[in-house]
Write a protein that binds this ligand. Sequence first.
Ligand SMILES: Cc1ncc(COP(=O)(O)O)c(C=O)c1O
Length: 328
Amino acid sequence: MREAMLGVDVGDDVYEEDPTINELERRTAALLGKEAGLFCATGSLSNLLGVYLLVEPGQEIVCDVRAHIVRAEMGAHAALHGITTRTWWSEDGIVDAATIEKIITPHADSHLVSTAAVELENTHNFGGGTIQPYDTMVGISQLCHDAGVAIHLDGARLWNAHVATGVPMADYGRLADTVSICFSKGLGAPVGSVLCASAENIARAREERKRLGAGWRQAGLLAAAALYALDHNVERLADDHRAAKAFAQTVANAAPWALDPSRVQTNIVVMDLGEADAVEVIAAAEAAGVRLSDVGAHTVRAVTHLGVTEDEVVDAGRVVGRILVARH
Ligand SMILES: Cc1ncc(COP(=O)(O)O)c(C=O)c1O
């Protein structure tokens, strides 16, 4: 990847003159069945712009209670764009059309907030790398579009859903009005996300990106890393999924109360610590060479990726299993 970054042609992207960025935007949009794309530094920025395109100040977007846009983007949609949010509860980030139908209030009268958009996250990060089933997405898309409600898809890890299910990226893409997708997570690029939508909407997003001070100049080197990831690191996500299962099974062999390995769908494993404190478990794991993160006071997350082998992951599972047993 680093070699691929050297020697590529670059130009001023504020003037849309960086050929490598233009190629990345074109290819990503085509992959998702959209007219145009916009290269952004982060998934958070892609989400911010994607939601901005669909929701006016004072309107709402409805999403999962643990959606990244509502839990982990520092309130940006409200703070910067005046957008309000309502959420539905789910155990694992997965939702059906009936739940959404009960919540949305499109074209509300003068004393209620109008729902302008619904947000889906696939795979779902805090839900544990869970896959929103394609058929339910079709139903949700139909329901929302019939009601005049748009859909933003946070597809930071849509690659993982695609590899795990075989559903083409464009099939997912056509169900949403705006889609954000990341190159920096399982795909291993240093940074980068592309927002995909209609050409008209991407032109608006480009203006807003500049307004936020996030237009960039010769960033083609970073786009080259993302192009390399696109060509080399998508299909191998299946290895990460296998490794996550192996990790989960190894932990469950020692600490069966913490997780059910059969529920691991992609590259994220969430473990329930019971009474044990997540911060303490993370510190003990770190001291033993395994990095975890917390997703709650008594819940931790492990992620498999292209930087670790399956053998290393199984060793890590043994370490975590021992720590959980010691604290049970
Ligand atoms: C589902 C999801 N969406 C968006 C993001 C934001 O990506 P970034 O960290 O590049 O802003 C993340 C980051 O973890 C994520 O998990």
